[in-house]
Ligand binder design. Structure first.
Ligand code: PEP
Ligand code: MG
Length: 935
């Protein structure tokens, strides 16, 4: 009988024997795949092995016990191979092998999952290591770090309990920094740590190295589903991964003395994309976590970078040179080697890399390389620069930039004059660019609570930790008093596109009193402050902002996007201002002008209320008198004399409202057509859910009564008569135009008269909420007659397309009939989702979050088009519509028109254009290009 082949869970890496490749990220995680690739390239990578993401998947499927048993034989075999390659032994002298255990998913999730360093330390290996290195202090330092990390990460001992003991020893022995601790101090710390461990875990700290290793691996797999990792994946829309891989790697020591160091670096500046020099930070005599934790101030790698940093920090050259020298000055040979590796990695990956390295006693080791996270500003700069440098093609450049991230580039920056005038309290590190003004809060939970109440907040912390992720996402800006450019706050803020100033050392935060002191100024919770994430400045009070520049690399990437996209991109805009903004962002026309939005402004609401309050009375009068038109009604009532006095009042009010609204609408359309400069404009006829416009409170009803010269009770009666149980499915859209035809006529007249005024305008009249072709035919007849009347009056031909929205499922399924009357379709996917899924647009928020969490819907269908269901309705109507009318123009104007995944769908099903809000226009342009290139 053939032997069942066991699954391969463990992949070795180290020199040419490496079994992985960079393409195997899904299986080995990003870190594991790239360690193998770097080792293959001959770069100095400490050898080790990667346990696959499939093992993590099974950890959750078959349970940890079974999985751990299944991987043990392969881990043991890999350990043997490692011992052979290094000439060291795990858990034994004379040359003990120590290991690190690190997480590493296919998509990087900085700081979200667990890492344990220095595994394998026990009384035997400690003794051997001391003999080997002659450096007892270093060994004890490593041991105390190990107890703390293992205790905290693997066994869940409170981090604070260890910190408390460390601080107590430092205080008692008057040591400022961790590096000031003597051998004797460290021994005392270790004694105390072991006590903390035993008290919390209930048994002594483990000495069996394999027990330590397996517990570490178990903890890393377990950390895949810790709350902060889950939240990070939700916030960053990371889906479809099997889990995390675990990388077990030979330890190298950056904390073995002053000829050792550890650091992180980017091959290009992750904030700006510049690559004038090698951008990175390092710490002498430290282990990796010290750099990211922001406990000590990191030093710069290059001399140039160091000088710029010192200038920004107002540190003299003398102090910089003695206290914070660059790696280039301190270890020129290692620096040169590292710089060459930087160049080699960029050429190899053709992408900006983020590397981690350690220098052990003057020897350089590479611990990680990965695609570096970057701001949107850096992303467009790097992509366009790399095209110029012939590292990538134009198409690759277009695919390199995340469309959603462009949002960061479209938002305001500070007005220079206002910023110049503002009182600068201090300057920290420019950790994530942009400008933010908000009210100071000092806790992540508070940030979330204040934001929920509608406040704009700036989160101020000594340093941030992964637990703060929710509060960071809720904040307009983030300020920290400790930590460098690679601190947690800096990395996470850049990823979120949130402005961040980090390491502002002058800021002293008093959490208990909810205030901070900055160079003699006290900022209390709720006080306004402003941050410039591009310079690091912290200002007191609000600072004015200005729109960003849309030229340079941004303009180049947009041009490339336009070169490759097939979909048109229009905007949803209702005012000349929004139209102008959208045109600046590259909109090729208006895909949806919601005319009811034009009535929210100023006194217009009064005219509009007057219109809807009397329209029903007028309609009833028409029925009573058996007439069709307003003119006939007026004539009939006039003849009746006194008995029709109240009818005449209603007619007068109705006519007055229409007469007031006509010039206002005409003016709006004129402004919009002018701003469009010959681009097409789809104007949707009135589609108000009536309840949004009626005066429901007694003050509003009193005011309307005064204006209409009737009793408040009469207004209340009218409002009550218009009450609907389900307004979203009620008397709105074309249903209004059918029952109150004068409104459709007035709007058509306003559109046509404006078009006659503005040369080159291209109006398209869109009838909303059609479900039956006869509804459209009814409205079309009115529109056609009105156009003819205006043409006659103006003695001018007015070219107007007439089409409809497809937002009722019945319309989608009878699109062939509808297309006989419509020259264009525009999918109103907000309503189509509401009616297609049966989710109320106003109420579904209450439960859709849970639906997404439970995986019932992959995404909120109001944000990302439900391609299977609602998308099917769209596809069906495209097919039916085009069969009936070959040249049917088709677009989308629901919120989905600016959402990249939905844009890709629109490209695939053959729409002509998408339409979205002005600030999403560049996002849609890029998403459309990516859809075309990914095809
Ligand atoms: C829609 O329903 O998708 C649409 C664009 O119209 P509104 O959101 O105004 O109902
Ligand atoms: Mg709609």
């Amino acid at each position: 009988m053939a032997k069942k082949r066991t699954k391969k869970y463990v992949y070795y890496f180290g020199g040419k024997q490496s079994e992985g490749r960079s393409q195997m990220k899904l299986l080995l995680g990003g870190k594991g795949a790239n360690l193998a690739e770097m080792a293959q390239l001959g770069l100095p990578v400490p050898p080790g092995f990667t346990i696959t993401t499939e093992a993590c998947d099974e950890y959750y499927k078959i349970g940890r016990k079974k999985l751990m048993a299944a991987i043990k034989p392969q881990v043991n075999a890999a350990l043997k191979k490692l011992e052979k390659a290094t000439g060291k032994t795990f858990g034994k002298g004379p040359k003990p092998l120590l290991m690190s255990v690190r997480s590493g998913a296919a998509v990087s999730m900085p700081g979200m999952m667990d890492t344990v360093l220095n595994l394998g330390l026990n009384p035997d290996t400690i003794k051997a290591l001391i003999e080997l290195t002659g450096n007892e202090r270093f060994v004890m330092d490593s041991y105390r770090r190990f107890i703390q990390m293992f205790g905290d990460v693997v066994m869940g001992v409170a981090h604070h309990d260890f910190e408390h003991e460390l601080d107590a020893v430092k205080k008692a022995r008057k040591r400022k920094l961790d590096t000031d601790l003597t051998l004797d101090d460290l021994k005392e710390v270790i004694r105390r740590y072991k006590r903390v461990y035993k008290k919390s875990v209930g048994k002594a700290f483990p000495t069996d190295p394999k027990e330590q290793l397996y517990a570490g691996v178990d903890a890393v797999f377990g950390s895949w589903k810790n709350p902060r990792a889950i939240k990070y994946r939700q916030l960053n829309d990371i889906r479809g991964l099997l889990g995390t891989a675990v990388n077990c790697q030979t330890m190298v020591f950056g904390n073995s003395g002053d000829n050792s160091a550890t650091g992180v670096a980017f091959t290009r500046d992750p904030s700006t994309g510049e690559h004038k020099y090698f951008y990175g930070e390092y710490l002498i005599n430290a282990q990796g976590e010290d750099v990211v934790a922001g406990i000590r101030t990191p030093q710069q790698i290059t001399l140039k970078g160091s000088r710029e940093w010192a200038k920004a920090q107002k540190i003299s050259e003398k102090v910089r040179k003695t206290e914070y020298p660059s790696l280039q000055e301190l270890m020129p040979r290692v620096f040169k080697q590292l710089d060459n590796i930087r160049i080699r990695l960029e050429k190899h990956y053709r992408e900006m890399q983020d590397v981690e390295f350690t220098i052990e006693d003057g020897t350089l080791y590479m611990l990680q390389t990965r695609t570096g996270k970057r701001t949107a500003k850096a992303a467009v700069k790097i992509a366009t620069d790399m095209v110029k440098e012939k590292l990538i093609t134009e198409k690759q450049a277009v695919l390199r930039v995340d469309p959603d991230a462009l949002d960061q580039l479209l938002h305001p920056v500070f007005v220079k004059a206002s910023e110049d005038k503002a009182r600068c309290l201090t300057v920290g590190l420019p950790a994530s660019p942009g400008a933010a003004t908000g009210q100071a809060v000092f806790g992540a939970d508070e940030a979330e609570a204040w934001k929920a109440k509608g406040h704009q907040v700036i989160l101020c912390r000594t340093e941030t930790s992964p637990e703060d992720i929710g509060g960071m996402a809720a904040s307009a800006g983030i300020l920290t008093s400790r930590g460098g450019m690679t601190s947690h706050a800096a990395v996470v803020a850049r990823g979120m596109g949130t402005c961040c100033v980090a390491g502002a050392g002058d800021v002293q935060i008093n959490y208990a009193a909810r205030k901070m002191a900055v160079n003699g100024v006290t900022v209390k919770q709720g006080d306004w402050i402003s941050l410039n994430g591009s310079t690091g400045a912290l200002y007191l009070g609000k600072v004015d902002t200005v729109d960003p520049s849309l030229t340079g690399p941004f303009g180049t990437i947009m041009k490339l996007a336009d070169k490759y996209r097939k979909l048109g991109v229009r905007t949803n805009a209702d005012t000349p201002h929004d139209t102008a903004v959208a045109v600046k962002f590259g909109a090729e026309g208006i895909g949806l002008c919601r005319t009811e939005h034009m009535f929210f402004e100023g006194d217009r609401i009064v005219s509009f209320r007057r219109l809807i309050l009397v329209a029903e009375s007028v309609k009833k009068l028409k029925e009573q008198h058996g007439v069709e038109t307003l003119e006939d009604l007026e004539r009939t009532c006039r003849k009746c004399g006194k008995s029709c006095a109240s009818a005449m009042t209603a007619i007068k009010q109705y006519k007055q409202a229409l007469a007031e609204l006509l010039p206002l609408q005409r003016k709006d359309f004129t402004g919009i057509f002018r701003a469009l400069k010959g681009r097409p404009c789809t104007v949707r006829l009135l589609d108000p859910p009536l309840h949004e416009f009626l005066p429901h409170d007694s003050a509003g009803q009193k005011e309307m009564a005064k204006i209409m010269k009737v009793k408040p009770a009469r207004i209340k009666q009218l409002v009550d008569s218009l009450h609907e149980f389900n307004p979203m499915l009620g008397h709105r859209g074309c249903r209004l135009g059918i029952t109150y035809p004068e409104v459709t006529e007035m709007q058509t007249r306003a559109i046509c008269e404006a078009a006659a005024k503005v040369k080159g305008s291209k109006p398209e009249i869109m009838v909303p909420l059609v479900g039956n072709v006869k509804e459209l035919a009814n409205q079309k007849a009115l529109i056609v007659d009105t156009i003819a009347a205006v043409e006659k009056a103006k003695k001018k031909k007015i070219n107007v397309l007439i089409g409809t929205m497809i937002e009722v499922p019945r319309a989608a399924m009878t699109a062939d009939e509808i297309a006989t009357e419509a020259e264009f379709f525009s999918f109103g996917t907000n309503d189509l989702t509401q009616m297609g899924c049966g989710f109320s647009r106003d109420d579904a928020g209450k439960f859709l979050g849970e639906y997404v969490e439970r995986g019932i819907f992959e995404y909120d269908p109001f944000q990302v088009l439900d391609q299977k269901g609602v998308g099917r309705l769209v596809e069906t109507s495209v097919e039916l519509g085009k069969k009936a009318r070959k040249d049917l123009k088709i677009g989308i104007c629901g919120e989905h028109g600016g959402e990249p995944k939905s844009v890709e769908f629109c490209h695939r099903v053959g729409l002509n254009y998408v339409s979205c809000s002005p600030f999403r226009v560049p996002i849609a342009r890029l998403a459309a290009a990516q859809a075309a290139l990914r095809k």
